[in-house]
Design a protein around this ligand. Structure first.
Ligand code: ANZ
Ligand code: ZN
Length: 803
């Protein structure tokens, strides 16, 4: 047997697969389909990292297994290539972003190919290709036509370093997703997509899909639906009402003050009657400097100013209530104003304590002067007029009815999720296909004129005012209005990086279609994605955005299925050998291609799947990489131990069936580490026994093939197992044969134990007698004598009396 040379073997098979288009998915097929999707990479200058390998190898394993199970598999890859890193690099080096992108794509392609992934390379998409972003723009135009895209002057999250407006999803915890700097609020005219209008559909859609529970929960929390009411408090001596949103209208009798956000319009409207307006302006200035995250943090010391000159009237008690301004109330949620109930809300309680505002208990059971009583499910209403004696749940219902009947307020559902700030003031993105006409307003670019191509520019430098570099290209900006033919200007903002990834999975179904995103036939055959794997960090970003776009496309009849992903899983992070996140500055980055060069792709793949619980973070360990290489070496050496024939060993047979079952089930449950552990113990046992049957080896390399496709394919060919392994059948197990029923049975000859025989625990007496006769030690006590009596208890003892 020649020795295992991974480099040669891997190169050989990668060339064969490429030449034969082995992993090409076929649109017109009678087979059942499987569409496995991994998050396409951003082709950055640093190249592929081990995190990609972990993210991709999981569905690579599943996809290869599905092919062996007889499925027509679509397992595509592409490039999510617009965005800031490329543009920043272009600015530093003077290279055009197009060139930077093409170079990086080349590097990524060769790296992914070296890892041996079974992608259908004929279907790659590149979000920066005009043929692709034509459809990104087309979708935007549909959103605009359906009133789901609008431009509005508002306070937005702005990153001073990247010089871009950030969506809420991109500035979670008050820092920029890209660079980590603190986000400031800036008033700007920006594009929004009305994702909030899809909040209910996005929540309900979760019932139809199989997402990991924590993924589902994170999406639910991000969308943040709450049921309650809007209530009008009359503003004393005016015709205005101060409208609040509350989830707890049952606590109306416990309101002892109102709070409005520093941005609330009443502060300007009633400026002249507010006697401490200077103090309030100071307070507004201070809170403008804070991030939203700082403002809502529970632990933060409460600040605020009472507004002298404004009073509200409680609509149910008729009492006069003071109005405060405080920045723990956000303008962007509800109505930007609240009714404060210190007895039953912790933030209100802290505020009341600090500013000596009365605390009125309306639900019995706590000690509200000591702390807010919030755990009120079982509580009974007190001090609450018409609600007295009711349980909280019933009190809420009754109060909402009362408010509606008396036109004091109405039932209201609110969402935490905000509309999606959808733009970049940068160069390397899809131009937003809108024309501003002084007569016709905002006009979408006619569909037959798409794509609106990115023009070449001299200078990609973003501006401090937040205007896109495209604004400087007069010949591109100045156009005729498609409606009236008059002079008009193009929109110069570009789309955020999330645009291209919000629908790429659809394009894979029919990537070269010029008439539509994909044909109806292809949508019907390939949709929905059967299994999507990716990072947890995308659950409240890309995964929400893409479900929204998809659902919109479904609503307008552009795709035939409502949810894009039938199943979604997520991998854990890979940390450096020091247990820290891999980063250049820490010097703990492992380059996957170094591992491939030294040990081979099969070892890298085996190791990355063996490293630990797939969903949890894992720490890189070099010696364990070597252990995986040794496992493949041993597997290779089994070729020298082949014995002909079937059922050679009862013990091996049980082991084989157990291993098939374990590996089959564990792959499906993403327990790759335990699947590989089971294959390792199979190899060790068989290796120690010194023999393996052809059938056993054949089944075994089939099981290992999805993880280590090159070595196993080579063994298959060497051993003439027939055809190609990638066209073989997935082995099946016999449940009965997985039970460990081989035992060592003591044999007594005339009352004395003379030895043990190895047999199935329910073997018959004939089998036992034959084995006893064959055993030299036992047989010598029987030789020349005749059996007078046999007592055989299957699985327990075999007693022979001889004379
Ligand atoms: C009175 C009340 C009494 C409240 C009580 C809570 C408990 P979720 O579940 O997050 O929707 N609120 C409303 N708008 C707000 C804003 N713009 N900024 C900060 N807080 C705001 O919470 C809704 C509750 O948060 C509302 O119900 C309101 O306080 C507050 F015992 O009203 B509640
Ligand atoms: Zn016009």
């Amino acid at each position: 047997m020649k020795s295992y040379n991974p480099q040669a073997v891997e190169k050989k098979w990668q060339e064969i697969w490429e030449k034969n288009e082995t992993f090409k998915a076929h649109d017109n097929s009678d087979k059942k389909k499987f569409y496995g999707l991994v998050e396409f990479p951003y082709p950055s200058g640093v190249g592929l990292h081990v995190g990609h390998i972990r993210a991709y190898t999981s569905l690579e394993v599943i996809s290869r297994k599905r092919r062996l199970e007889g499925y027509n598999v679509l397992f595509p890859i592409g490039w999510d290539a617009f965005g800031l890193p490329t543009e920043n690099y272009a600015m530093q080096t003077g290279k055009h972003p197009r060139k930077v992108t093409d170079d990086n794509i080349k590097v990524f392609t060769s790296q992914l190919k070296a890892a041996g992934y079974s992608f259908d390379w004929s279907r790659t998409v590149d979000t920066t290709d005009p043929e692709y972003y034509k459809w990104t723009q087309w979708i935007f135009v549909q959103l605009f036509k359906h009133n789901l895209a609008f431009k509005d002057k508002t306070y937005v999250n702005f990153c001073n370093k990247c010089k871009v407006v950030l969506a809420n999803e991109e500035s979670q915890n008050g820092v920029c997703d890209r660079c980590g700097s603190e986000v400031v609020q800036m008033e700007k005219d920006v594009w929004f997509l009305k994702i909030r209008e899809y909040a209910d559909k996005l929540l309900e859609g979760l019932n139809e899909v199989d997402f990991l529970p924590r993924i589902r929960l994170e999406q639910e929390n991000w969308i943040g639906r709450s049921y309650g009411a809007e209530v009008d408090f009359k503003l004393k001596d005016t015709d205005d009402n101060l409208r609040v949103f509350t989830t707890r209208p049952d606590t109306l009798y416990g309101v002892t003050f109102m709070v409005i956000a520093p941005e609330h319009p009443f502060l300007e409207k009633y400026e002249s009657r507010i006697s401490n307006i200077d103090e309030i302006h100071d307070y507004q200035d201070q809170s403008r400097k804070k991030t939203e995250f700082e403002r809502v943090q529970l632990a933060k010391d409460k600040t605020g100013v009472e507004i002298k000159g404004l009073k509200a009237i409680n609509p149910v008690s008729g009492e006069e209530v003071p109005v405060w301004v405080a920045d723990y109330v956000m303008m962007g949620y509800g109505t930007g104003a609240i009714m404060a109930v210190p007895a039953h809300d912790s933030r209100d309680w802290e505020f009341a304590k600090k500013f000596n505002i009365p605390i009125i208990e309306v639900i019995a059971g706590g000690n509200v002067q000591e702390e807010a009583f919030t755990d009120v499910e079982e509580g009974t209403m007190v001090n609450s007029g018409i609600l007295n004696g009711l349980q909280v749940k019933d009190a809420i219902a009754k109060m909402i009815d009362y408010l509606q009947d008396n036109k004091l307020g109405e039932r209201k559902t609110n969402y935490k999720m905000k509309d999606w700030a959808f733009n970049r003031q940068r160069y390397w993105g899809e131009p937003i296909p809108i024309i501003h006409c002084p007569h016709c307003g905002m006009v979408p670019v006619p569909e037959d004129e798409l794509p609106v191509r990115l023009p070449d520019v001299e200078n990609y430098q973003p501006t401090d005012t937040g205007e896109s570099p495209l604004a400087n290209i007069a010949e591109w900006v100045n156009v005729k209005c498609p409606v009236c033919g008059g002079d008009a200007k193009r929109e110069t903002d570009t789309m955020p990086q999330w645009a291209g990834s919000s629908w790429y999975f659809l394009r894979y179904m029919d990537p070269r279609n010029h008439e539509a995103i994909a044909s109806k036939e292809n949508f019907n055959y390939w949709g929905p994605i059967d299994w999507y794997n990716g990072g947890m960090e995308h659950v409240t970003r890309h995964l929400i955005y893409s479900r929204f776009w998809h659902r919109f496309l479904y609503d307008i009849g552009a795709v035939p299925f409502p949810e894009p992903y039938a199943k979604r899983t997520a991998q854990g992070l890979i940390l450096g050998s020091d247990g820290e996140k891999m980063s250049k500055s820490r010097g703990n980055v492992v380059n996957p291609n170094d591992i491939i060069d030294e040990f081979g792709a099969d070892t890298l793949r085996t190791y990355i799947m063996f490293i630990g619980d797939y969903e949890k973070y894992a720490i890189w360990n070099d010696s364990s990489v070597k252990g995986c290489k040794r496992f493949l070496d041993r597997t290779w050496k089994l070729q020298d131990m082949i014995v002909e024939g079937e059922g050679y060993s009862e013990k091996h047979m049980t082991l084989m069936h157990k291993t098939i079952k374990k590996v089959s089930e564990d792959y499906e449950a993403m327990k790759f580490n335990t699947a590989i552990a089971a294959m390792m113990s199979f190899v060790n046992e068989v290796f120690n026994d010194g023999f393996v049957t052809r059938d056993e080896l054949k089944s075994f390399v089939t099981l290992l093939n999805p993880v280590a496709p090159h070595a196993t394919e080579e063994i298959w060919q060497e051993q003439n197992f027939g055809g190609m392994l990638n066209e073989a059948e997935w082995p099946v197990w016999d449940e009965n044969k997985t039970v460990d029923d081989v035992i060592e049975l003591p044999v007594q000859i005339s009352g004395k134990v003379r030895g043990k025989i190895t047999l199935s625990k329910d073997a018959d007496v004939e089998t036992a007698r034959k084995l006893a006769n064959e055993d030299e030690n036992i047989n010598k006590y029987m030789e020349g004598k005749s059996i007078v009596k046999e007592i055989y208890v299957a699985g327990k003892i075999y007693n022979i009396v001889v004379k």
